[in-house]
Design a protein around this ligand. Structure first.
Ligand code: NAD
Length: 330
């Protein structure tokens, strides 16, 4: 079995090689998948892609032409894959539905705590022997209202952590979770959840959720709201959020994802001139924290991603049924 990896990073090589119990031939390519690079997969039985590989209808047709009928996502989100085209071209698609919800939820909390208690500023200040506290004032999370949009695997863990901090947790989802309600999470309509002190996004990106955070929903929020997005960049209309930061409607923004991230994230661009003026504007705010899609990046999560992805591929080759969550196109 030969598997070709697109957008492969050094850590992908380390973890997939370590957990390659099926002794598959693994070819790691740095390049992103697109209709020009897809031919590099010739001879493979499966290809493995990540969050920013655009698996379009053209790519699906070329994969079918190469007789490759397995596409494995080494992530949970699948908004970058044209599933209709996969079906039309007879390509089976699988993903890793829940490798470590704790990794992502804990990162969302990390962003919230950093923005609140300004530990990033304190670290630099103290190293310069500046022990003054002016400008570092935070607030207690205890007693604050947290709005959680999407209470699937990650949102559930996030809700539990926030309850542990002594927050009131309001949630919005298309499907409620009785177990969460039993421990104190209150499901409310979106309009109510948007009025929370802190809002964290944990729903997938799709046609319904694209630009969920837009001028209208921002207008419904409290002045001084804190917004955290570890889900997908497209959930936020970034231009509207910049306007809300300028008017101080938003008091702090933490994002691990960005709508145009594929041109930036996962690369060292420290010697380059960044052409994206929107991210440059975002980076200029003192109350904005950006991380480059690292919420998943823990030892436990990478081990689980590698193991599940390789098992998914092996099972598809052997025609063994995958779980409905893992099999996007069986
Ligand atoms: P999940 O499928 O377990 O949960 C998603 C939840 O969102 C579900 O409960 C679903 O009912 C709900 N939902 C769907 N449409 C909605 C809508 N219109 N409004 C409100 N809720 C809606 O997914 P998950 O594992 O919790 O992951 C959530 C998202 O996190 C993924 O889609 C992915 O985009 C993102 N993610 C990011 C990272 C990262 O490293 N930053 C890592 C993994 C996942």
């Amino acid at each position: 079995m030969k598997i070709v990896f697109f957008s492969a990073q050094p850590y992908d090589k380390v973890f997939f090689t370590k957990f390659n119990t099926h002794k598959a031939e693994l070819l790691f390519l740095e390049t992103m998948l697109n209709d020009q690079t897809v031919n590099l997969a010739e001879g493979a039985q499966a290809i493995c892609v990540f969050v920013n590989d655009k698996v379009t209808a053209a790519v699906m047709a070329k994969l079918a032409g190469l007789k490759i009928n397995i596409l494995a996502l080494r992530c949970a989100g699948f908004n970058n894959v044209d599933l209709e085209a996969a079906k039309l071209n007879g390509i089976r698609v699988c993903r890793v539905p829940a490798y470590s919800p704790e990794a992502v939820a804990e990162h969302a909390v990390t962003m919230l705590l950093t923005l609140n208690r300004k530990t990033h500023k304190a670290y630099n200040r103290v190293r310069e022997q500046n022990f003054a506290l002016q400008g570092l004032l935070g607030y207690n999370l205890h007693g604050k209202t947290v709005g959680v949009i999407g209470t699937g695997n990650i949102g559930t863990v996030f809700c539990k952590i926030m309850l542990g901090f002594g927050c009131k947790v309001l949630a919005f989802d298309l499907i409620g979770n009785k177990a969460l309600e039993a421990i104190g999470v209150e499901y409310e309509p979106l309009i109510t959840v948007l009025k929370a002190d802190i809002i964290s996004l944990h729903c997938p990106l799709n046609e319904q959720t694209k630009h969920l955070i837009n001028p209208e929903t921002l207008a419904m929020m409290k002045t001084g709201v804190v917004l955290i997005n570890t889900s997908r960049g497209g959930l936020i209309d970034t231009t509207a959020v910049i306007a809300a930061l300028k008017s101080q409607k938003i008091s702090a923004l933490g994002i691990d994802v960005y709508e145009q991230e594929e041109k930036l994230f996962f690369h060292d661009l420290s010697e380059n001139i960044i052409q994206d003026d929107i991210i440059q504007r975002l980076m200029s705010f003192p109350n904005v924290l950006i991380t480059a899609h690292q919420a998943f990046f823990t030892d436990e999560a990478l081990a689980e991603i590698a193991t599940t992805t390789l098992n998914n591929i092996q099972n598809l080759i052997e025609n063994t049924k995958l779980s409905p969550q893992a099999a996007l196109i069986a």
